[in-house]
Design a protein. Sequence first.
Length: 68
Amino acid sequence: MPLDGILTLQSFKGSAKGKATIQLDKVMPVNSQLALVADSQYIGKNVNTLEETLMTSQLTMDMSIQGK
């Protein structure tokens, strides 16, 4: 994107799921898992030429934390 460009979000769809096992006398969970997927679509426009560019993005994240 040029510095004088405009970025417009056209669509966003995301979902996540997770679980955690906790002990009420501890600060951190014993273990936890998270899965996240996010899809987005943008239109980038150069204000000098008015040229538009379609951009898509997909984010996938899987995270697992194991406490001591």
